[in-house]
Design a protein around this ligand. Sequence first.
Ligand SMILES: Nc1ncnc2c1ncn2[C@@H]1O[C@H](COP(=O)(O)OP(=O)(O)OP(=O)(O)O)[C@@H](O)[C@H]1O
Length: 447
Amino acid sequence: MVTQPTTPTHSGSSLLHRWLARAAFLALAAAFVVPVLVAGLRGSVSMLVIGVVCLIGTVAAIWWFVAHSGVLRWLAAVFLVAAPLAVLLVFALHHLVWVAAVSLGLLVLAGAAGRRALTQAALAPHEATTPPPAHPFLIMNPRSGGGKVGRFDLAARARALGAEVVLLDTSGTTDVAALAQDAVRRGADLLGVAGGDGTQAIVAGVAAEHDLPFLVISAGTRNHFALDLGLDRDDPASCLDALTDGVEIRVDLGEIGDRTFVNNASFGVYAAIVQSDAYRADKARTALELLPDLLAQQTGPALCLRVGDTVSPAPQAILVSNNPYTVDDFMGLGHRPRLDRGRLGVIALTVDSTTDALRLLRGRRSTSVAVLAARSAVIEAGGEPVPVGVDGEALLLPTPLHCRIRPGALRVRVPRDRPGVRAARAALDWAHLGKLALSFRPTGTRS
Ligand SMILES: Nc1ncnc2c1ncn2[C@@H]1O[C@H](COP(=O)(O)OP(=O)(O)OP(=O)(O)O)[C@@H](O)[C@H]1O
């Protein structure tokens, strides 16, 4: 088996966000230096004094604001608001409102650049440059996504790029793990799948076992893994670019018993919802509306969830995910901004009454929902087998079931140019921004 050396690289995005951080500080400094300069050039003593006092005072106030709490922080905040107003007033009296306008513009620019820098930094995974694979092996499911393999001519395109392609015979169930293991024995140096997330998970497990890079081709219906990797879900052919112009990122894998999952394992009512047609079509609202009825009709052994010392004695639904979802919705229908945090996301629903069920519609704030992040979780059901959805595949598994995260277990080869992960608005943290501006190493590494 061949493993390629990995060379850390200054990825375009990490360079970009460090320069954005520096630009934010330059704009901030310019916002205060410009009025002082103009005052000096005009030879106005009052303007110069006010300008210098505000400049020095602002630097001190920023420090007080960042480094202290309580009254000192409040006083610093008052100064930070009052200083620009004082400068504005003095410059207005000297008919130089444009100077204040330029200053204000620079402040807005500093804030925007700073926020953008932190948002990018929060999302950009560390990329490594590795040589293109010499013997890529790809499994393609012609039935996935209603026939995307055929529609996008994926097999011919991949073969033209030097890949060995096996099309699944969907008249029966093909053992995709055995296919992948055989390819590794024959010298494959990359494994990939054009198909649903269930197939992605099985082959990703084999790739991780041999520390080989894995290629995700978004040819399924939902492509949740591809979405959270920042790949193009509308054009699966674009994923093949990774074969010729790709970089590697490392992501975590989830494990349930001896199976690998890339997205989630769902239990109880969640399992039913995840496998429903409404969910398959991404109709989150419809799936949500199913919930009260499903809870009322629920059958099967009672579940018990253990996460460290926390025990949920009788949840009706449990969702364990490879890294936590942004749970603005508790259905796990959101997305995961990072896949390399080394934590499982765990959501448990416990509903004792119809009122509770209705409260669930309020989402995360409902008292019926527990949201946790942990390295492992155990699901018990009195030793009975339970239905589980593993990356959307319906299984019946024996209990107790141990779930755990395998940090950085999977090398994923992605196209250098790709849409990327949807940005969540970052808070403007100047201390963090300062560190970013002064850093000369690539950021976005695992923490
Ligand atoms: N290993 C396999 N061998 C043969 N057929 C398979 C295999 N895995 C899945 N199939 C069949 O292929 C079809 C498509 O399944 P798959 O999960 O790949 O894609 P999908 O359902 O379109 O995507 P998603 O999982 O995102 O909803 C299903 O009818 C399934 O039964």
